[in-house]
Design a protein around this ligand. Structure first.
Ligand SMILES: Cc1ncc(COP(=O)(O)O)c(C=O)c1O
Length: 394
């Protein structure tokens, strides 16, 4: 599908992967196929499907009809040739890195990726003989310098979790390709509604589908989209190592995706209004949100994002003590370790994205103990601002 014929993302979110399907018994909605295996009495037909000569399903660890619709919807939303899915976002991250990297190779990334991803770089890849060099987050010169020394893969989130820094995808894609490396972008915090990493030059885009894609905090999943040859390698790794997306979760994710564009637009608008409010609040030391004109990522985000996203962070002047006092006072926010849902979520990195790190490690990553990650839901803007005003006092 070329750009001229590509429907809008809102339409793809609703219809993608479901247009030409004849669902079971003429159902209009995607059936949940809770079957581990698929049976064939004709052995020639079975063989053809097993060898990939004809479409079909053999065993749900490999492929499943409900899961395939989720993958197809994501493929279309990210404008990719192919997509494959996983049980969680971390399975998407780790399977992608382990499938593509081997002993003696080098990956370049930044210091404050999501905590689980950071642990893959610092603890697990080195055990496989892969070197990971982590640059200061958002420092494009440092990234270009390290990429120029030679590497197989460059990995960034944009915006990052939890410090909401924006990476220039087109610039990093250029640097990666000059060095013969692949650029992988974690698009969890932006969503395909706000950023299209493949169109900007990235080779692969991945997500924790648990977050904005599902949007209702009732399903876990992950997905990676890109060229067929790369996706086939990652699919093969996942098919054998087994972190497959369960049909029930795929079904919930497909249902959630239908409202993705509506939700994200409301979250963009809410987050911008809240960031403006917080930036003038006396208890707040700093606000990280690329929609604010003085934010370090504003210029890049204005070029590469459709909206500035539903995630922001702010640090309280009173540090950890102030965080402990303010968070329980919020009425319209779950104090919980997730993001991207229809309901607002708030939490400190110490108990959310960077629970795996010590306080010293967080400080080294530039994550102060007074920081709150605030994932804006689809509630009314005024209610959320009033809630924050009451919780912060002053
Ligand atoms: C940016 C980002 N990537 C990946 C993950 C991992 O996703 P999951 O929790 O679904 O394994 C998270 C989780 O918070 C995340 O925020």
């Amino acid at each position: 599908m070329n750009d001229a014929t590509r429907p809008s993302l809102a339409t793809l979110a609703v219809w993608g992967g479901e247009l030409d399907k004849s669902f079971w018994e003429r159902a209009t909605q995607l059936p949940l196929v809770q079957s581990a295996s698929f049976g064939y009495r004709d052995l020639d037909e079975w063989m053809d499907v097993a060898l990939g000569r004809t479409p079909g399903h053999i065993y749900s660890r490999n492929t499943n009809p409900t899961v395939a619709v989720f993958e197809e919807k994501m493929r279309l939303l990210e404008g990719a040739e192919a997509a494959t899915s996983f049980a969680t976002g971390m399975a998407a991250v780790s399977n992608t890195l382990f499938a593509l990297l081997g002993a003696g190779q080098r990956v370049v990334s930044v210091r404050d990726s999501y905590g689980g991803t950071a642990k893959v770089f610092t603890d697990f890849l080195p055990k496989q003989g892969v070197t990971a060099t982590l640059c200061p987050t958002g420092d494009h010169e440092a990234l270009e310098q390290e990429i120029g020394k030679g590497c197989a893969l460059v990995y960034v989130e944009s915006p990052t979790n939890p410090t909401i820094r924006v990476h220039d995808i087109a610039r990093l894609a250029h640097a990666a390709h000059q060095a013969g490396a692949l650029l992988v972008v974690d698009n969890t915090c932006a969503t395909p509604i706000n950023t299209q990493p493949l169109a900007l030059g990235a080779d692969l885009v991945l997500h924790s589908a648990t977050k904005f894609l599902g949007g209702h905090e009732d399903a876990m999943g992950g997905v990676v989209c890109g060229p067929s040859a790369l996706i086939q390698r990652i699919y093969h790794y996942r098919e054998i190592t087994g972190a497959s997306l369960a049909p029930m979760h795929a079904w919930l994710l497909v249902r959630g995706l239908k409202t993705l564009a509506l939700r994200v637009r409301q979250q963009n608008a809410n987050a911008l209004a809240i960031a403006r409010f917080l930036s003038t609040h006396p208890a707040v030391a700093s606000v990280g949100y690329p929609g604010l004109p003085d934010d370090a990522g504003h210029e890049i985000a204005s070029r590469q994002m459709e909206g500035y996203g539903g995630m922001l962070c702010f640090s309280l002047k009173g540090g950890w003590t102030a965080v402990k006092e303010a968070l329980p006072r919020l009425r319209y926010a779950h104090c919980a370790a997730s993001l991207g849902g229809v309901q607002t979520f708030a939490g400190p990195p110490a108990t959310t994205s960077h629970v795996e790190c010590t306080a010293e490690e967080r400080a080294a990553l530039g994550i102060p103990e007074g920081l709150i990650r605030y994932s804006v839901g689809i509630e009314d803007t005024v209610d959320l601002i009033e809630d924050l005003a009451e919780a912060l006092g002053g």
